[in-house]
Design a binder for this molecule. Sequence first.
Ligand SMILES: [Zn+2]
Length: 319
Amino acid sequence: MSKLKLKTRNIVIAVGCVVIVVVLAVGLFRWKKTLDYQATYEYKLEHHGYSEEDTAYFLEKLSNEELDALLARDVDENIPKFMKEEYYLKKNLDQYLAYYQENSDKSITDVIATVNVGANKEWYTDYVDADTSKDTLVLANKFHFLGENYEPNDLVEVSNWYAYGDGPLLRKIAYDEFVGMYNAAKEDGQDIIINSSYRDYQYQLDLYNDYVSWYGQTKTDEMAARPGFSEHQTGLTIDVTTYGENENTFDKTEEFAWLQNHAHEYGFILRYPEGKEHLTGYEYESWHYRYVGVEVATYIHEHNITYDEYYAFFLEGDN
Ligand SMILES: [Zn+2]
């Protein structure tokens, strides 16, 4: 072999080696890149069946732990819809999905509200003790039980100037705010009179039993709380009226209209609004107001939610 041929062969071999190394390196690099991509949540979520848009939403909102939990579930296009809701609670996701499956005619927003307040279950089932340490924010409803012995320690007697009945009682803070509200309404030419305020367990027991004997239990449960579950037992609740009106006519009065606009300024909310019966468990009561403080009352007024929803989201939350 001539020297020239030998040299050429060596060059060819050398070039060949370089090409092989480069091809291998590029291949390895690409392979590594693919593996890396397949390890990302983006790949996993899309491969699992979520759209690009939903995937981007999950990546922005969820922790790695939450993404792992999501991937462990079957794909459900409703999950991102629930997660995007204002009052979504992580702990309730399974219940939202189950309740929505049974009640697909309801809106996602309503499913969230219903499950959050516990109304996807029968009233009075799985109820817990009311957390009276929440003070003026205590929740008493068909899932939060005040008990036989709860009695606020700052009840004061309401002057007959403001109320019907014999020596009605109210917690001092609610009474003071009521007086402010009463005076402001009076200046606008409205008379707001307290019809009922604090009611103890025994009183509610007698009242409930009377109602049951008159209307039967089903109807009574829509109208009156069972003893220990009544908001009147918190001492923060008033039933109001005005001269010459009764419960059935109160919402046609100017006093009612005034309260609609101003009650929150004194920390009171209409507790059982129309259209929210499935959340509160009570018929619409235009006369029943609850003191929760100005800040909370204003939020509830502006966001058109019930106190049950407020409490579930802001005070119980995801715990
Ligand atoms: Zn009432």
